[in-house]
Ligand binder design. Structure first.
Ligand code: KMT
Ligand code: NI
Length: 183
């Protein structure tokens, strides 16, 4: 896993956009993003039980697997959005980038690879893209039914309840100071 400030440019989003300004997992923790680096399936299972996640599925994002749907799907994943539930992804294989908005509304890029798990809190603006390898396989954890409706960023979305709660949680420092495990 690598965490850094995203460098804006017209280059393909699949390229690193690495500004060279690296950030610590504590910076992520403050905005409610948990980064678990190189964990095992056993640790994922324990985390799922602890948080009441009883279901999961597996997603493969690749040109090979998706055919004509590949580029359109990538475009959807890369559109800035939020969800009303947290988003937990355990990377099984391949690599990609989760971009999340930092406290200053600038993009923070999180490079994820096999063994990395991220938890994005409900209400955070984010987007996803594969890296130049054009391939990622991930486990998606969910509770009752999968609820990953992406709500695209727009002016009206400031009124969204999940968004307002998230903004309040960050402002009031309600996220744990350290939300990292490394192995
Ligand atoms: C999402 O919701 O953005 C995804 O599921 C992306 C693929 S998981 C690495
Ligand atoms: Ni999402």
């Amino acid at each position: 896993m690598l965490i850094y400030e995203y460098e804006e440019s017209n280059a393909d989003p699949r390229t690193p956009h690495n500004s060279g300004k690296y950030l610590t997992a504590e910076v992520l923790a403050a905005i409610g993003v948990e980064a678990h680096i190189r964990i095992t399936q056993t640790t994922v299972d324990a985390l799922a039980i602890e948080r009441g996640y009883s279901n999961w599925d597996e997603v493969t994002i690749s040109r090979e697997k998706m055919g004509d749907q590949y580029e359109p799907k990538l475009a959807i994943f890369f559109e800035e959005h939020l969800h009303e539930d947290e988003e937990i992804r355990f990377i099984l294989d391949g690599a990609g980038y989760f971009d999340v908005r930092g406290a200053d509304d600038r993009w923070i890029r999180i490079k994820v690879e096999g063994g990395d798990l991220v938890v994005l809190p409900s209400g955070i603006w984010h987007r996803f893209v594969v890296d130049e390898g054009d391939y990622i396989r991930a486990m998606r954890l969910f509770k009752d039914g999968p609820k990953w409706t992406p709500l695209t960023r727009s002016a009206g979305m400031d009124e969204n309840k999940a968004r307002q709660e998230y903004v309040k949680d960050v402002a009031e420092g309600r996220f744990p100071a350290s939300a990292i495990t490394t192995m």
